[in-house]
Design a protein. Structure first.
Length: 399
């Protein structure tokens, strides 16, 4: 078949910006250059853009406009959520519950808090990547102040039982945060129905700009006002209502809002289309490539995520060979791709180190075509066959 110009299958790492988002941002770079904190008309035009953007971003998770706080990234939002709640609630308790498969933005923040004297429980997951709800509830103590469980895993695509976690947290009056960076804009999220108190998201995962994220902070309900249960961890001017000081990136936020608007509009058809492309990859590989298997849950998974285990070869070799054919994939999280250590997520679901090194993550997106998938599935088998012939990891020896 004819080779497409380039096949990008690493949408979980980052997404190309949608042209409609670029056009929206360009207009704001030109016309909305004022500081949104300024009282003059140019500044107030920027402030109005922020109000409109907050409304759009809030609408996709059924939140109030006032609950949205813009940040520089999902990582910053995670840090504010975890550290802000921990520091505010030290007198009430010092126990935090998270999972063994969190993104490094949550995992490393929790490790930092542990070094600072907090008690952190890293809940294990089963072989499909799901936490045990009974174990979660049994882990809660009178000192538990925060539960932070990701909405969907960035490597294996497993979607956690967020609504049930939210119910448990509410029952025990524990604050619930979810890192929804991978799920936001891809699948339906309702912070009220799911009892989510804090939620992190990032623009560049849904065809928006890098350098823009958001933190949802529940302002109403059983905890009236965010100041009662979270505090800032950065200090400066009064931007973002004192939660996140720094002159606001208005064009970036406008681009984020446009990306959210498009995601909300296109979500139903995209879930259907991406799920079909995802399942086409999974079905082909499991049927045609010997000693292959799927990592993550077979049905409770993101519509765009495939994580495959290919025995007897290393994932890095597959990624490099596929790139040589004009196909971008990954072995897992882009944030840890330069590390030689096996994925903590794959180890947590029970894979041996040599199996974890043999993973290949394929993530599809808005600009992925059927032709792209066909080209990938044409090139993958001969690459695996060639690498297995060269590999020291022979069948029967290391398995």
């Amino acid at each position: 078949m004819n080779k497409p110009k380039y096949v990008y299958l690493d949408y979980a790492a980052t997404t190309p910006m949608d042209q409609r988002v670029i056009e929206e941002m360009n207009a704001h770079f030109k016309d909305t250059y004022g500081n949104s904190s300024s009282l003059h008309s140019v500044g107030q035009k920027a402030a109005q853009t922020l109000v409109k953007s907050r409304e759009i971003v809030a609408s996709i998770i059924n939140a109030n406009r006032a609950d949205i706080y813009f940040t520089s990234s999902g990582t910053e939002a995670d840090n504010i959520a975890l550290m802000g709640v921990a520091l505010k609630n030290q007198k009430k308790g010092n126990h935090i519950i998270t999972s063994a498969i969190e993104h490094h933005a949550v995992e490393n923040t929790c490790k930092h808090l542990k070094k600072s004297g907090f008690d952190v429980t890293f809940l294990p997951v089963d072989n499909l990547g799901l936490i045990n709800l009974e174990e979660l509830e049994e882990t809660i103590t009178k000192n538990t102040v925060l539960i932070s469980i990701m909405f969907a895993n960035n490597e294996i695509g497993t979607i956690e039982p967020i609504k049930e976690i939210g119910e448990i947290a509410k029952k025990h009056d524990v604050i619930f945060h979810t890192d929804a960076v991978q799920a936001f804009g891809k699948i339906p999220i309702d912070v009220n129905e799911m009892n989510i108190d804090l939620l992190s998201a990032s623009a560049h995962k849904l065809y928006g700009p890098k350098g823009v994220g958001m933190l949802y902070i529940r302002n109403k309900g059983i905890r009236e006002g965010w100041g009662k249960y979270i505090e800032p961890i950065m200090f400066g001017g009064g931007h973002e209502r004192d939660m996140r000081p720094s002159t606001v990136n208005v064009p970036g936020i406008a681009g984020f809002a446009k990306a959210v608007e498009l995601a909300k509009e296109e979500m139903p058809k995209e879930i259907e289309r991406l799920s079909r492309l995802r399942d086409k990859v999974i079905d082909f590989v499991l049927k045609n490539i010997e000693d292959s298997y799927l990592n993550g849950h077979p049905t409770r998974r993101l519509p765009n995520n495939v994580n495959l285990g290919i025995r007897f070869i290393e994932g890095e070799s597959m990624v490099l060979d596929l790139d040589g054919q004009g196909i971008a994939t990954s072995t897992g999280s882009a944030c840890s791709s330069k590390s030689l250590d096996p994925s903590h997520v794959l180890l947590a679901i029970g894979l041996k180190p040599q199996e974890a090194h043999g993973s290949l993550r394929i993530t599809v997106g808005r600009f992925t075509t059927e032709e792209d998938i066909d080209y990938f599935l044409e090139k993958l088998p001969p690459i695996i066959e060639r690498l297995r012939k060269m590999s020291p990891l022979k069948k029967g020896k290391n398995h």
